[in-house]
Design a protein around this ligand. Sequence first.
Ligand code: ZN
Length: 272
Amino acid sequence: MNPTRYEELSWPQMREAIQQQPAVLLPFGTIEDHGPHLPVSTDNTIVEAICHEVAQRVDGLALVMPLIPYGLDEHHMDFPGTVSVDMLTLIRYVSDVAISVARHGFTHILLVNGHGSNAPIADLAARRVVLETGVVCGAMSPNAAIDPTFAEPTLSQMRRSAPGGVAHAGEFETALMLHLRPDLVQMDKAIREIGQIKLEYFNWDHPEPSVLSWQDWWSRMSRTGVCGDPTVATAEFGRALFETIVGNFARFVREFRTIPLRPRQPPQTTVE
Ligand SMILES: [Zn+2]
């Protein structure tokens, strides 16, 4: 029995876990093409590994649920193997899982998104959980946890790809997979393809933000499924990225757990 894996607890152990009030992490990924060199499970593999490593590092303050392996992916359906779930179904499904957890008494639930296009789904699902149960439920992407430190000299110096090189199945994800599951990476098939459009207010690369939110059909922007440069990825960079993500995410989880549950007020009739 691993005390950080939700599904390995018995129900009496679950009752004890509820007393401790760990942050419940719900990893949310997808099955989609990641170029000719990475498996379709890449997002799932990465987000699950991050959640479990974080749980090991926060002294019992996190409990990791089984991964939700399918996401919003209609725009990738031109690539064999992709699985997509309807967006409204997903919002309900993901929030139903978290609401079940809240009904048992867990008060801090975090939807940990490992697939960019799930972000609005995770956000809306978390909002529904809050509105229906009153617990603290939020959504985040572990890659986002890197942003503040990606400018750190060590990581930015280690990056080898040019702008546009990390967006999807590029240097980032390939490096992380070389670190986590090198047996699933076929580096001899890695291809550099940067077909995404870059404008003043639209950018599709890490870590620069984009003002315009726009997701085109994948096959309009990529022939291979890659948007980036996986050819320069190394396991060493993957290890450094993983350590940064996990370190930042562990601090994030500790802080998330301290968010207080404050009482709601009846409808106000005066300002006094
Ligand atoms: Zn991915």
